[in-house]
Design a protein around this ligand. Structure first.
Ligand SMILES: [Zn+2]
Length: 214
């Protein structure tokens, strides 16, 4: 089994941005863990768990946690490349399943204050063209050339409903209640947790590269 790197942090902490920056600078091949892709793969491969998941999916029901966890764990163990996960484990139950299966990841915790997450969401506008989806800011960090218009495709720029301050605050609360406790479980199994202060993008980018290449 390959190394498993778990990117941890609040929703909106900027993990995805750091990850795509890093992937542009490396020649190394990584397997970016996607629960959705693993589910589809298990189904296509007709594994035992894949068949069980298919029954729920075809009935339009949510696939139970233990089946999802099992599929992700099998996927991780079968991976030929090192794995980077952003979004799994998201709950204590998922973390426990992963650790009990003998998968001890390296965790990188991206830290930012709630205020920063809320402000970033407030300043964000996105291209309404779903195929483009380019992101801009209403502050001077990355404004479009023409106000309200996408530089890339000329479509209108809009606010995402889930960037609404109330929605963001709610997501942060769910994170604190359900996801933050994952760190404690990880540490109780002796997993090493590295922290990166992601309020300073430049420093954080360099720190992340150093950890990944080190
Ligand atoms: Zn666009």
């Amino acid at each position: 089994m390959q190394d498993v790197i778990v990117l941890f942090g609040k929703p909106g902490a900027g993990k995805g941005t750091r990850l795509s920056e890093f992937l542009e600078t490396t020649d190394r091949k990584y397997n970016i863990l996607s629960v959705g892709n693993m589910l589809r793969q298990a189904r296509a491969d007709n594994t035992e768990l894949g068949q069980k998941a298919a029954q729920y999916m075809d009935a339009g029901a949510l696939v139970p946690d233990d089946i999802i966890n099992g599929i992700v764990i099998e996927g991780i163990k079968a991976s030929a490349e090192p794995i980077i996960s952003d979004g799994f484990p998201r709950t204590v139950g998922q973390a426990q399943a992963m650790l009990d299966a003998g998968i001890l990841p390296i965790v990188i915790d991206f830290q930012v204050e709630d205020d920063v997450v809320i402000q970033r969401a407030r300043d964000r506008i996105v291209c309404e063209n779903k195929k483009c989806g380019e992101t801009y800011t209403t502050n001077d960090f990355k404004p479009p050339v023409v106000e309200g218009i996408c530089d890339k495709c000329g479509c209108h720029l809009v606010r995402r409903p889930d960037d609404d301050p109330e929605v963001v605050a709610n997501r942060l609360e769910v994170y604190r209640d359900q996801t933050l406790p994952v760190l404690e479980v990880m540490e109780s199994y002796g997993v090493k947790v590295y922290t990166i202060d992601n309020s300073d993008s430049k420093k954080a980018k360099a720190q992340f590269a150093e950890l990944m290449n080190g």
